[in-house]
Design a protein around this ligand. Structure first.
Ligand code: HEM
Ligand code: HEM
Length: 165
């Protein structure tokens, strides 16, 4: 089935995001890393939980849940997905969105956290010093991730709603 190759791609992306998230998990339990994260407040918060939670939950759990839906739905309904094009778009929205969110949260967190410790400033000052990159680093990946989720949701509703013949 055409949809099955897409299912495999969702699974491979999901498992890869789990690999990244669990590797981060192991790194962030190390005492020095834990101390750095705790001492940088809002900046550390971007690395854990914002990067760690989303790469594991959105990149891992949600992408594997989408793979399960795309696998089961055509079989349960006895007809193909409403749109393979939308399904492919949802794959790239999720994969690019989660990757961009992760890289953005880790990069902003590291830069702003270092600024706070080096210059003795608070999170608010560090964040303001990095504008507009701080805001764009949230808005752009969040929008791409959101579009990835909603295209998938629309495709499921349209597949269920479309009556055969
Ligand atoms: C090797 C695997 C993992 C390790 C070592 C690990 C480690 C950690 C650590 C040290 C924290 C910070 C806890 C704190 O702030 O006190 C954390 C938070 C978190 N982890 Fe993991 N993690 C792992 C895998 C996962 C997976 C697979 C998921 C999800 C499917 C996950 C979801 C979360 C979430 C949602 C938080 C944030 C919790 C909160 O709101 O404070 N983690 N993890
Ligand atoms: C377009 C999709 C999403 C965007 C843009 C997004 C963004 C955010 C933002 C901005 C926060 C708040 C951070 C804060 O104020 O500390 C947050 C928290 C969180 N999100 Fe998401 N999120 C999305 C989807 C999801 C999904 C699908 C899940 C779970 C499957 C999830 C799990 C979480 C968790 C566990 C937290 C709490 C982390 C913590 O502070 O302990 N998110 N998310």
């Amino acid at each position: 089935m055409v949809a099955d190759s897409l299912v495999v791609r969702f699974l491979v992306w999901g498992v890869t995001f789990f690999l990244v998230g669990t590797m981060q998990g192991v790194i962030q339990v190390m005492p020095d890393v834990r101390r750095w994260i705790m001492s940088t407040g809002g900046a550390g918060h971007m690395i854990d939980p914002l990067a760690h939670a989303h790469v594991n939950l959105v990149g891992g759990v949600v992408m594997i849940a989408i793979a399960v839906c795309y696998y089961i739905l055509p079989r349960a309904l006895g007809r193909p997905l409403y749109s393979m094009r939308l399904a492919r778009l949802s794959l790239w929205g999720m994969a690019i969105g989660v990757s961009a969110w992760y890289l953005s949260m880790v990069t902003l967190g590291l830069i702003e956290g270092q600024m706070m410790l080096r210059e003795g400033i608070g999170f608010f000052e560090a964040k303001e010093a990095l504008q507009p990159w701080h805001a764009l680093g949230f808005v752009i990946p969040a929008t791409i991730m959101g579009i990835g989720h909603w295209i998938f949701i629309a495709n499921v509703y349209l597949t269920v709603a479309k009556r055969p013949g």
